[in-house]
Structures are given as C-alpha cells and as structure tokens.
Design a protein. Structure first.
Length: 199
C-alpha cells in the first residue's frame, strides 16, 4: 500500500511547478524590459538597431528614466520621425498592426507607432510637438520582438504550471485508488452446501 507521504510529493510537485512558472515569467519579462530603449521627448536619440524587421514604439504613460519619474496620459500633437544616420534616408512611421500594452516594474506602456528597417545600423528618432511646445514631457520606448516574446513567455509559464498540476493530480489519484483497494476487506470464502468442514 502506498504511503501517505506520496500526497506530500504531489503537493510539492504542484507548488514547485507554480513557483517555477512565476519565476520564469518574472525573469523573462524583466529581460525583455531591458530590450526596450527609452527616449524622453520632446527630444531625439540614436538607436543602435542590430537586426532588420519591425520595431514598435510604445508610449510609457508611467515610467522611470535615470531616477526621474514621468507620468503622461496625453501626447496628442507629438510628431515622430525616424531617419537612417548612415545615409539620411527617412523611415516611414506608421500605426502598429495591433494594440499591445504592458505594465511591470513601475512602467506602463501602450503601442502607438511602428516602423520597419531592412538593414541593421544607427537610426535617429526625433519627436516633437507640432506647435513647438516642450511640455508635457513623455517617455517613448522602442523595441522589436517584444510582443512575440511576451506571448511566448506567457505560454511557456502556463504550460509549466499546467504540467505541474497534471502530474500532481495523477500522483494523488493513483495513490488514493491504491490505498482504497488495499484497505478494502478481503472477500469471505464461498461455502458450498453439503461441503464437509476442512474439505
């Protein structure tokens, strides 16, 4: 008969899977946060973009840059331009194909724009208000692969937690059934009519 200690094993497996899933999510999201380049606007910054593809520009409604806290909800009238530093070519800036948001480590962002590059290099992002005003200041964050990385992290974390729940349930149910069968009384021997004692 299996020991009751197997119930403890099932609980440990469940807790370990949940802890691992949470740790993975926090660690990977923290790493992706470092992949977003922050720019205080109005202003400009040179971006070292290491691979071709689509880059998303997020407006961080709440943010921290160099120890300064920023909070901005309205950046209407802010015009953003991207240009290749190598040849001065303007890069088309467009609306993103989908809406993405994030909220972690005191940063809350919403995708607002996107642009595509066909070669790695240095690109200068410039942002300013149409009327030339300098307020309100806001923070833009630029990155690529953030959305797909976030979705992959969520899926992987969920998969680890689900696998842990499944394994814990299998252990619990198997032990429970085996213990029940072991504790059931043995069936009494069948006595046939007219059978001599000790036959």
């Amino acid at each position: 008969m299996p020991s009751r200690g197997w119930y403890v094993v099932a609980a440990v497996v469940l807790v370990a899977a949940v802890v691992a899933a949470v740790w993975l999510a926090v660690a990977r999201v923290g790493g992706m946060q470092g992949g977003l380049t922050q720019i205080v606007v109005p202003g400009s910054a040179d971006l070292e973009l290491t691979r071709p593809g689509t880059y998303t520009i997020f407006h961080e409604r709440t943010s921290q840059v160099d120890g300064r806290i920023f909070s901005s909800s309205d950046i209407s009238g802010l015009r953003v331009a991207v240009r290749s530093v190598a040849n001065g070519r303007a890069i088309a800036v467009r609306r993103p194909t989908g809406s993405t948001s994030y909220n972690f480590s005191g940063r809350s962002g919403q995708s607002v724009l996107a642009f595509d590059i066909d070669a790695p290099g240095t690109y200068r992002l410039t942002a300013g208000y149409d009327d030339g005003r300098t307020r309100p200041q806001a923070v833009l964050a630029v990155g690529t692969g953030f959305v797909s990385g976030l979705l992959a992290t969520i899926a992987l974390s969920f998969g680890i937690a689900l696998a842990g729940v499944a394994v814990a349930m299998v252990i619990f149910i198997v032990v429970l059934l085996k213990r029940r069968r072991a504790l059931q009384p043995a069936p009494a021997p069948v006595q046939w009519p007219g059978r001599p004692p000790g036959w």
